[in-house]
Design a protein around this ligand. Sequence first.
Ligand SMILES: O=c1[nH]c(=O)c2ncn([C@@H]3O[C@H](COP(=O)(O)OP(=O)(O)OP(=O)(O)O)[C@@H](O)[C@H]3O)c2[nH]1
Ligand SMILES: [Mg+2]
Length: 191
Amino acid sequence: MKKEEKREIILVTSNENKFKEMNSIAQNFNVSLIWFNIPKVEIQADSLEEIVKFSAIIAYNQINRPLIVEDSGLFIEALNGFPGPYSNYVRRKIGMEGIIRLLEGEKNRKAYFSTVLAYVDSTQLKLFEGRVYGSISTEIRGTKGFGYDPIFIPDGVNLTFGEMSTEEKNKYSHRAIAFRKFLEYLATYTV
Ligand SMILES: O=c1[nH]c(=O)c2ncn([C@@H]3O[C@H](COP(=O)(O)OP(=O)(O)OP(=O)(O)O)[C@@H](O)[C@H]3O)c2[nH]1
Ligand SMILES: [Mg+2]
């Protein structure tokens, strides 16, 4: 039987860790993920959906090939969902230490990570969400991953994402959930 050709999908991101995490999943789906490390236009808005739609359309106009982009955020319950879509800015300004400080003395440490992934080709723009519920640790733990990984503990385990390998994180992560949804869709879809 002739081996089916791998489908090529471009991922536009400046973040190599996102590529690594997604590439490790893509390999199980006969998809070849191509990393485009080009500046992604990110508007400021109160929802990941709005931000990622803009990024996707602008990237498609530049590249003109089927592509995905994603935007992620950490939503902390006791802070009414802050930093959410502003996670990148907040991470750069106050870091993980700043988040731990904001939660000092707070009993409710619940939080979730969300990824909204946009797929765009010549006919459509489609969004896929992934979410993982968990809690914010009281200290920084682990050196793996990126972003807020060392302070986020997904429900059901006692490790932060920062203490997990890429493969372990992919069992739980918001990004892996959104990306698998997309890959399952792609398997049933021909342009
Ligand atoms: O602990 C984390 N685990 C994750 O899995 C994760 N994914 C994103 N983030 C952080 O949340 C902000 C979103 O920014 P973001 O989605 O715009 O990403 P980015 O700017 O790094 O890349 P990109 O926009 O070029 O794709 C940034 O501060 C990221 O560090 C994460 N933190
Ligand atoms: Mg970004």
